[in-house]
Design a protein around this ligand. Structure first.
Ligand code: TEU
Ligand code: CA
Length: 557
């Protein structure tokens, strides 16, 4: 293992390339990907076993959710040692083997960087808690308080106050997530120094970049800030964040790595500052297009909202910046359930929309085989702390158990965290033992092995789309324009360069619908390159149904 004193490798800025623009990413939630040692928990050696599968899919890099030492209050997002691998996942040697084998296959690996907070079991916090004058006290946010009178009434993302009172020192500490995830005090230069050392240590190991967690929350408003409309405003993209991001950027620039910041609350109008040539990161994950907990009771995602929101991001970043594209991740339900009807046709339609947008697409594990939401029947089937807290709150508000369950699980993170469905075998082929979270029973039909039985599988469609992107510059760099912006179910757009145009036409519904291109639209000479249904020529008036998706190309010069 390299030690801290190892020289950092200096890569000249001009040598940096933008490989990530042509790349397709794949997100692995390691607990649920593949269990190699029969304890019901996915692990690093499980990922190693499945590298050939990922290579076959055609992706270029993997983002792995946190694998560090952690008490697992928030499944690894509460880190107690940044430089140790959680024993559930394996060892540092396993990690180095994974990195080496991935690289041999031409696959890059980016790690999750969780630096807004640590675990309350991190040595820094254990020290910090000891006394008012402990040298680590200011590593976190501590404010005078009483049990009854907390510093303010701000609410945390996971429910309840952002403050937890400490009887011993008569102060409270601040946390935007769970109370076991105290927020680091970024104003303290010692904190930043230690974090930066840790970042370099990982980069020196040869990893290819970071997905930076919850990075828009590191700066907080003064504790007496008055909330008006947005309850998250006191710790969401607060002025002053930039100076820390610039320091981070300076480190990333020394290495030829990619960065994607999770930037909740950063509006599309500001995203140019955050991404691109002069941005803090190569790209950011925005959260606007996902309707999260706000839309309680809604079983379906709104296609008009999805279109409207993605269109804003595509347009805002057309000349300056770069999008990170995704339809689902470990915090959201499954897109085929949210925007579709759980069918393979819907999965393929959504893949077509996602993979040909401008930006770097991220496929979340299982999306490429059409994994769906889980039919939760009891709160005992839930692991996610925020869902359980939400459920309990609903009960205290007087809701009956069935109703509280229905509301709480609607947008639960656990829909996407169920074990990967590899094949029609015990526990879906994920493990030989009872997994940590239930496998969806539909694994008999929906699993990765289907690809070897059917040429028209969802997996093969993903493969074809990835190949298409790689072979056509227009699908990487071409301009984006949304067509039929007001249509409730058609998701259609063009990608255009000086020499060619691409037309993507997708019906995100079973129903039949008719679309009409304007008279000025030249519908001649389109060649159909890829479809999920029967071929259909581009006409002024077209009828589409059943989640059909078409991709056309035309040479314009
Ligand atoms: O999620 C962060 C996250 O979702 C917030 O930034 C978001 O702004 C908030 O929930 C409001 O919608 C990341 C991880 O993806 C998640 O799994 C972790 O639980 C969380 O950070 C804490 O580390
Ligand atoms: Ca295991």
């Amino acid at each position: 293992m390299p030690d801290l004193a190892v020289q950092t490798k200096q890569v000249n800025n001009t040598e940096q390339n933008s490989w990530w623009k042509n790349a397709v990413g794949y997100q692995i939630y390691p607990r649920s990907f593949k269990d190699s040692n029969h304890d019901g928990i996915g692990d690093l050696n499980g990922i190693r076993q499945k590298l050939p599968y990922l290579k076959e899919l055609g992706i270029d890099f993997i983002w792995i959710n946190p694998i560090y030492a952690s008490p697992n209050v928030d499944n690894g997002y509460d880190i107690s040692d940044y430089q140790a691998i959680h024993e559930d996942f394996g060892t540092m040697d396993d990690f180095q083997d994974l990195l080496k084998e991935a690289h041999e296959l031409g696959l890059k690996i980016i790690m999750d960087l969780v630096i807004n907070h640590t675990s309350d079991q991190h040595p820094w916090f254990l020290e910090s808690k000891k006394s008012l004058d402990n040298p680590y006290r200011d590593y976190y946010h501590w404010v005078d308080a009483t049990k009854e009178q907390l510093p303010n009434n701000w609410q945390s993302f996971f429910g309840g106050s952002t403050w937890t009172y400490d009887e011993k020192t008569k102060q409270a500490y601040f946390h935007v997530f769970a109370k076991e995830q105290p927020d680091l005090n970024w104003k303290n230069p010692h904190v930043r120094h230690e974090i930066y050392q840790m970042i370099r240590w990982w980069l020196d190991l040869g990893i290819d970049g970071f997905r930076i967690d919850a990075i828009s929350h590191i700066q907080k408003e003064p504790w007496d800030f008055q909330i008006t409309d947005n309850q998250w405003a006191p710790f969401m993209n607060v002025a002053g964040t930039e100076s820390y991001l610039k320091e981070l950027k300076a480190i990333f620039n020394e290495y030829n790595v990619m960065t994607v910041g999770e930037a909740s609350g950063v509006p599309h109008q500001e995203a140019g500052d955050w991404t691109g040539d002069n941005g803090y990161f190569n790209m950011i994950f925005e959260l606007e297009h996902c309707e999260r907990i706000g839309e309680i009771g809604k079983q379906k995602g709104s296609i008009p909202h999805l279109k409207h929101s993605l269109n804003q991001w595509q347009t805002s970043l057309s000349d300056n910046g770069w999008n990170a594209l995704y339809l689902e991740n470990h915090d959201t339900p499954r897109s085929v359930s949210v925007y579709g009807d759980d069918s393979p046709e819907a999965a393929k339609a959504l893949a077509t929309v996602l993979l040909l947008l401008k930006g770097t697409p991220f496929i979340y594990q299982g999306q490429e085989v059409g994994m769906t939401n889980y039919p939760f029947r009891s709160i005992d089937e839930i692991n996610a702390a925020d869902t359980i807290h939400f459920y309990q709150t609903l009960l205290t508000q007087g809701k009956m158990t069935a109703e509280a369950l229905a509301i709480a699980v609607n947008w639960s993170r656990d829909h996407s965290r169920t074990p990967f469905q590899w094949e029609d075998a015990l526990h879906g082929g994920f493990s030989t033992t009872e997994p940590w979270l239930k496998v969806n029973e539909n694994y008999r039909m929906i699993n990765a092995a289907q690809k070897d039985l059917e040429s028209s599988s969802i997996f093969h469609h993903y493969q074809a789309l990835i190949r298409l992107r790689k072979q056509n510059d227009a699908l990487i760099n071409g301009n984006f324009q949304l067509l039929f912006p007001e249509h409730p179910t058609i998701f259609s757009y063009t990608r255009t360069t000086e020499t060619e145009s691409w037309l993507i036409l997708v019906q995100l519904d079973r129903e039949k619908t008719t679309i009409s291109f304007p008279d000025s639209w030249d519908h001649s000479d389109w060649e159909e390159v890829l479809t999920t249904a029967s071929k259909k020529s581009v006409e002024q008036h077209m009828i589409l149904s059943d989640y059909e998706a078409h991709v056309y190309r035309k040479v314009t010069r």
